[in-house]
Write a protein that binds this ligand. Sequence first.
Ligand code: NAD
Ligand code: UGA
Length: 483
Amino acid sequence: MNTAPIRSICCIGAGYVGGPTMAVIADRCPEIQVKVVDLNEARIAAWNDPDLSCLPVYEPGLDAVVGRSRGRNLQFSTDVDRAIATADMVFISVNTPTKTKGLGAGQASDLRWVEACARQVAKCARGHTIVVEKSTLPVRTAEAVKAILEASQLAEAGEQKGPPPSFSVLSNPEFLAEGTAIADLEQPDRVLIGGEDAAAIEALAGIYQQWVPQERILRTNLWSSELSKLTANAFLAQRISSINSVAALCEATGADVREVALAIGTDRRIGSRFLQSGPGFGGSCFKKDILNLVYLCHHFGLPEVAEYWESVVHLNTWQQHRIASLVVRKLFGTVSGKRLAILGFAFKADTNDTREAPAIRIAGDLLEEGAQLAIHDPKVSAEQIARDLNLPASSAPDAEAGPTRAALSGEGTWWPAANITDAVRGADAVLILTEWSQYRQLDWSGIAALMRHPAWVFDARSVVDPATIRSAGLSLWRVGDAG
Ligand code: NAD
Ligand code: UGA
């Protein structure tokens, strides 16, 4: 049993999880050297940018945390092998997207990056190394990681190069949400550590104990830990699909989904959080993790359970298509050649992440219908939007001129709007798809004066005050509201 304290950590993967998580560990444990490594040179260069506003991940408070530790006990590097060789503990925090081809395509997680990491750790580690699964993984992935590490132990022993490296594998899934990552990491509801090696579990718990109360550090077996992560995301996403299904019913019946959410959420058995109806959940994980769960259920011969969870994803997709089609219906059945302002492209406020953002599907449907979209987001770049829509930006049309040739031909186009005034000028409708705080305080009578009438506001995030919109002479659709 190896009980030496951890002095040096390596984290493979400098993404939305690896970067913020390691920055907080380095901040709270100044005696531990933390190296975050990645194959992506541009990403590492951005983490090392002297200008803290250029970090590759936008998260409130992250710049201050990185600023305190970087250059002291926090380093970002592309030298993966060296960082592994000098580490007592290696976190694997790489991407685990849904497989796009082969066995389990469309559902199972693609574990090629995790496997590559395990092989690299097997090759480069020295002495006893604790390997921590930080990525979200299917149940029993630790078995594969262990098998790869053990194979290298045997090979090294066969080569008689002195004592072979030894490994312990732990599961330590991350529960942070983007936009609140720093607060979630600094005051987590719980830290989950799954494993079989008590000394390794205590070594990792010892790090978190520097700032997390003991009773919030949960210890379980490996498989419970891996499954808890998938299940937590599935339960959260299920609440969103549940309230979005009720929103559609509210719109049909005259109930108001915000009032229903308040009424049911005050029951302590239900609770008030994650009952906000909207354009459906986005983000890199909910859909991927539920589909992973669905795949596992099929694999273990539980088709009814698989179908149950899959319906959460179906409802989400339906909600996004539903919003796009009701926009078309309200605008006299056609948006071809019409200018629409989209406010918000990120999957939620306070992040620059657009993975699975509802705006992608909604904007995509409207482009199919031939709409001319002016897209505004305070943190998402035009290049990112072009990649997500799979369509290069066109230049902004002259707001005073008539429809462009592309518009007349029914081709959908989009352009990035530098500010809200530019976005709404000449528009028939404004769609609010991300709840950025600045969209809560707009001058609607000023906006109405710039739009073409009759003009609509489609508020998919419940950020506007209905009375203000109506007194500005605008028609309003709000999610879950019969109007
Ligand atoms: P990400 O895509 O932002 O970052 C992953 C990074 O790993 C990339 O920069 C990639 O270049 C790097 N990488 C991949 N293979 C590598 C290798 N062999 N060597 C070195 N670097 C390599 O992903 P993310 O959002 O940080 O998510 C990482 C994991 O954490 C996923 O499993 C995800 O499900 C999970 N997770 C994400 C969140 C979130 O909010 N984004 C929250 C909790 C858990
Ligand atoms: C989510 C979980 O909240 C984290 O605990 C988890 O660690 C993470 O996934 C992960 O595994 O990646 P994240 O996706 O970053 O975090 O953000 P959330 O706040 O959960 O929002 C997800 C989506 O649901 C967003 O599109 C958001 O707008 C939407 N949402 C959230 C609603 O539509 N209604 C709500 O009431 C809450």
